[in-house]
Design a protein around this ligand. Structure first.
Ligand code: SF4
Ligand code: FES
Length: 251
């Protein structure tokens, strides 16, 4: 049943990467529990514009849990209090009337703040460019069934490929480690025949790039798996470690 709730929002405001930043508090009335979290942010911005104030900058694109853009830390959890959903899939029915909601950007050395709640996640693209692809020689289109793939490998590869690159794993990790993200990318290709040719180079280059960009070491806390909106398993980190070791031994 739809209800209207009143909220107090503590929102991180930061004019740019060099600004110190601070929390600002806003009151919002008559928010429908049927609205999504990002719709609630839209209502807040409309209110701020009507008051002649600057709206809050936040990232979003698909609003369907696909693109990984909506990176908000809500009441101390990446993507908020619901499990296995992105911020754009979070609904206001998860919050109570009169509640105070604290909204922050991802906080990690690897993701510097651009403005307010928007962070620069270019580091993930740089890691992908270091090896998260397969090289193909162009030519005739091969028959789709020409390369048989065991079902269990295909399933595990698809699970790993469900990573949307949102960065929640990094944001929640006390070490700021990107191991869950990198392991998902390495795993989904390492499990498939098409990805095996470049597997050694991929594992070494992506891990080296991750280290170079200042992401921390993994100490197996498991926080990344808990907060991942796509349920990417830390068993992928074990596979990444195996792939990396194999590549190093081959050297
Ligand atoms: S592994 Fe999960 S939390 Fe990390 S970037 Fe991918 S989808 Fe987001
Ligand atoms: S806006 Fe695309 S996943 Fe949330």
């Amino acid at each position: 049943m739809e209800n209207n709730i009143s909220l107090t929002l503590k929102v991180w405001r930061q004019n740019g990467p060099k600004d110190k930043g601070r929390f600002e508090t806003y009151k919002l009335d008559k928010v429908s529990t049927d609205s999504s979290f990002l719709e609630m942010m839209d209502i807040l911005n409309e209110q701020l514009v009507n008051e002649g104030k600057e709206p809050v900058a936040f990232d979003h694109d698909c609003r369907e849990g696909i693109c990984g853009m909506c990176s908000l830390y809500i009441n101390g959890r990446p993507h908020g209090p619901d499990d296995d959903v992105t911020t754009c899939q979070l609904h206001m029915r998860k919050f109570k009337d009169g509640e105070t909601i604290t909204i922050e950007p991802w906080r990690s050395a690897g993701f510097p703040v651009i403005k307010d709640l928007i962070v620069n996640r270019n580091a993930f693209d740089t890691i992908i460019a270091a090896g998260g692809y397969t090289s193909v020689s162009t030519g005739g289109v091969p028959d789709a069934n020409a390369i048989p793939i065991p079902k269990v490998d295909a399933d595990e590869a698809m699970d790993a490929a469900s990573c949307i690159g949102c960065g929640a794993c990094v944001a929640t990790c006390k070490n700021g480690s990107a191991m869950l993200f990198v392991s998902a990318k390495v795993s989904h290709l390492a499990l498939l025949p098409q990805g095996k040719v470049e597997a050694a180079r991929r594992a070494k280059n992506m891990v080296a790039k991750m280290d170079e960009l200042g992401f921390g070491n993994c100490t197996n806390t498991g926080a990344c798996e808990v907060e991942c909106p796509k349920g990417v398993s830390i068993s992928n980190i074990a596979r990444l470690n195996r792939e990396f070791l194999k590549a190093k031994l081959a050297d």
